[in-house]
Design a protein around this ligand. Structure first.
Ligand SMILES: C[S@@+](CC[C@H](N)C(=O)[O-])C[C@H]1O[C@@H](n2cnc3c(N)ncnc32)[C@H](O)[C@@H]1O
Length: 292
């Protein structure tokens, strides 16, 4: 049974929460986007409701954005799911050789389309399309005329999977599997969080300890109910859905973090957090080694 779309719509405001913190990084367009959506108002609302501002989450956000970019490498067909207000598509489509498909639920996507129009205008290699990632049948661009079936696709998502139940996660795996069966390629995501890793990160970060409570207030979904138990659980789940999985530690990008000074975060805390944060690279079990 599919979850009603409006249950996902409640997750969309978390995109503004992360856009607010992203403005304290050197990630292009972050400051402009935060201003355009009046992200400051979100913070004021949190304070008004006596909820803490999850400052150290800035480390995780910047870490995952830069780690995912590193793993995307030279790929030329990219699909970002649940992109929210993330600026990756605007940045990467400066290269006309890259085809970038960006997607989210229709409500936040139309807000993003307005932002893109204001900041960069139209680009023929940049496609913004609504996709509910859990939808059955799939809303993925399985046969889009702007994609080349002879080239692999890289699918990414950040900050999505932890909000989804296990049945919903399974639908996302199915929809991504269908896409990779046609194009080959891989799925890069920092979202397959488990209780062990996240609780370690939380032990270094008061902000992260409180973010579940804050997001549960906003979304009506408690992230802690949907976490994997441990890394083995993640691996088993991915394998059952037909994927191999490799993990990359985010500590590798520590030297490129720019949010520490503006958000007043101690570098040792940032190191401890990133040492427990991973990006997963998933490929189909039977994938052709020449695809990526
Ligand atoms: C925490 S935000 C992350 C946004 C963005 N990836 C980032 O890192 O800034 C979660 C995003 O998931 C999207 N989302 C939630 N449920 C979804 C669904 N079923 N299909 C597609 N997107 C969904 C929300 O609209 C929201 O933009």
């Amino acid at each position: 049974m599919q979850s009603p779309t409006n249950s996902f719509d409640k997750i969309s405001p978390t995109a503004i929460m992360v856009a607010e913190l992203r403005q304290f990084t050197d990630i292009p367009y972050s400051k402009e986007i935060a201003q355009l959506v009046n992200a400051q108002a979100v913070v004021e609302k949190l304070i008004e409701n006596n909820l803490n501002r999850p400052v150290e989450v800035g480390v995780w956000l910047e870490g995952r954005y830069k780690s995912v970019n590193k793993l995307i490498g030279q790929a030329t067909q990219i699909i970002e799911l649940a992109s929210g207000l993330q600026p990756r598509g605007m940045v990467m489509t400066e290269n006309p050789d890259i085809i970038f498909i960006e997607s989210d639920l229709p409500g936040i996507l139309s807000q993003k389309q307005e932002i893109v129009k204001k900041l960069i205008g139209n680009r023929p290699n940049y496609h913004l399309i609504p996709i509910n990632v859990t939808s059955d049948p799939s809303q993925f661009p399985l046969h889009a005329n702007y994609l080349d079936t002879q080239k692999p696709v890289v699918i990414t998502c950040e900050g999505l999977m932890m909000h989804l139940t296990f049945a919903e996660k399974q639908m996302v795996f199915k929809n991504i599997r269908e896409m990779l069966e046609i194009y080959g390629g891989m799925w890069i995501t920092p979202d397959l969080n488990d209780k062990v890793g996240l609780n370690k990160m939380r032990s270094f970060s008061p902000g992260l300890q409180n973010i579940s409570r804050t997001t549960a207030e906003i979304t009506g979904r408690n992230v802690d109910d949907y976490l994997f138990e441990n890394p083995d659980h993640v691996k088993q789940f991915a394998q059952l859905q037909g994927f191999t999985i490799d993990s990359y530690n985010m500590l590798e990008i520590i030297d490129s973090l720019t949010c520490l000074e503006p958000l007043k975060i101690d570098v040792e805390i940032a190191k401890s957090m990133l040492a427990n944060a991973f990006v997963s690279v998933l490929k189909l079990k039977n994938s052709n080694p020449n695809w990526v």
